[in-house]
Design a protein around this ligand. Structure first.
Ligand code: CTP
Length: 400
């Protein structure tokens, strides 16, 4: 594999030389890229000698003005070790003021980041927020070790062992474009059911889990169609977003776009009831009390369960109690292959509006798998791992 090794300016820069050696030993090709600060700690010659290639250092001292684009396209994985607090901030905010940061923006493959810094800099809210941004982007972090630091303090901040960084690289390298050739249809967000031209019924779904699934599927090579209720999220890169508002509109778009999809994931929190006839004018406050008579919305998942063919169908169950039983019940009643159950409405830092989630997967095979609390993007990756495993298991059971 062709790997970019980005080195930024910390005392741990010398340990990146050991990492370069280990990565080369695994049979990978390594292109080292150093920031100006890194060169204050280690000379480019060290990396040139180890990798057998000229080290890239300066955006303006290279042969072509678009060399960073060419280098980005030629390589399959980027590892940054050590990543200083400054570099992490520049990556998080998309600054592109030197070769490494410009290359990072032009690079579309997996990124592994191994931070190293003083313990207070590591723990600073600014650094932690920047790290969270990078994690949400799907990059793999190799957290620093705790111990005695060059600054004389003790705590987390020491660059992880090069062997641990190598392991993370190998894991990412195996992480595959394993959804290539696949079409994945995902629904996300809430629906809004109008009561009159200015009011509606909805729920607290933010769409974050569905959008994380769409991002993960696209990164793994799938064509992704994301049918989304109203949310405040940017469309994920490379994903076709189909905006809808009501449950009826969502149903219509799902059925219209179902054809090529081999995997269908219904993470939307669809309203269960709507007003059958919506007044055309705003309802006035004329009575002291009013009551609403609501009709059920179409159950899109149940309908898909009846006509899914050999598609894999994944439903969601957002519950406030009895999570396992409810996930299992919905798996059966809606003829799903997997139901992702999560608890919502209780603790405020997981579930609907949160960037984190903690879920159980009820599978058609009878298995129940718990995924511990993690960023939604990470949970999305684990869900796809299980979806692909499940497909193999079901095919084996079918003798296909
Ligand atoms: N769902 C759907 N269409 C609906 C309602 C729900 O497709 N009209 C889907 C959701 O997208 C989700 C799953 O069904 O994947 C479970 O949604 P949930 O609201 O938890 O289930 P309900 O069928 O409403 O069950 P209950 O009200 O008993 O919890």
């Amino acid at each position: 594999m062709k790997i970019i090794l980005g080195v930024s300016g910390g005392i741990a820069a010398y340990k990146a030389a050991e990492l370069a050696r280990l990565v080369m030993q695994q049979g990978h090709e390594v292109q080292a890229v150093m920031t100006a600060a890194a060169q204050e700690f280690v000379r480019p010659l060290t990396f040139a000698a180890l990798t057998g290639r000229k080290v890239l250092t300066d955006l303006f001292a290279i042969e072509s003005a678009i060399e960073h684009i060419a280098v980005a396209q030629e390589h399959e994985l980027m590892v940054i070790a050590p990543a200083t607090a400054d570099l992490i901030a520049r990556l998080a905010h998309g600054l592109a003021d030197d070769f490494l940061t410009t290359l990072y923006l032009a690079f579309t493959g997996p990124v592994v980041i191994a931070p190293a810094m003083n313990v207070n800099m590591w723990q600073h809210a600014a650094t932690q927020a920047n790290l969270e941004t990078l994690r949400q982007r799907g990059h793999r972090m190799v957290d620093p070790d705790s111990g005695y630091l060059a600054c004389g303090m003790t705590g987390p901040g020491r660059l992880a062992d090069p062997a641990a960084i190598l392991e993370a690289i190998e894991r990412e390298a195996r992480k595959r474009r394993d959804l290539e050739g696949e079409t994945v249809l995902i629904t996300a967000g809430p629906t809004q059911e109008p009561l009159d031209p200015v009011r509606y019924i909805s729920n607290r779904s933010s769409g974050k889990m569905g959008y994380a699934l769409a991002e993960a599927a696209a990164a793994r090579g799938a064509r992704v169609i994301l049918i989304s209720g109203p949310v405040h999220l940017a469309p994920p890169y490379g994903v076709e977003v189909v905006p809808v508002r009501t449950a009826a509109e969502m149903r219509a778009k799902v059925m219209e776009r179902l054809g090529p999809a081999g995997i269908v994931i219904k993470s939307a929190a669809v309203a269960d009831f709507h007003l059958g006839t919506v007044p055309t004018q705003k309802v006035k406050k004329t009575a002291a009390r009013i009551s609403l008579e609501l009709d059920p919305t179409p159950d899109i998942l149940a309908e898909l369960g009846r006509k899914k063919g050999d598609r894999l169908l994944i439903g969601f169950a957002a519950e406030t109690q009895n999570l396992h039983q409810e996930a299992r019940r919905k798996l059966e009643s809606k003829n799903c292959d997997m139901v992702v159950g999560n608890l919502v409405g209780g603790s405020s830092d997981i579930g609907f509006e949160s960037d984190q989630n903690e879920v159980v997967l009820a599978l058609r095979t009878g298995e129940l798998i718990s995924l511990p609390r993690a960023p939604k993007r990470e949970i999305a990756e684990r869900i796809f791992d299980q979806v692909l495993k499940l497909r193999l298991a079901l095919h084996a059971a079918d003798g296909r």
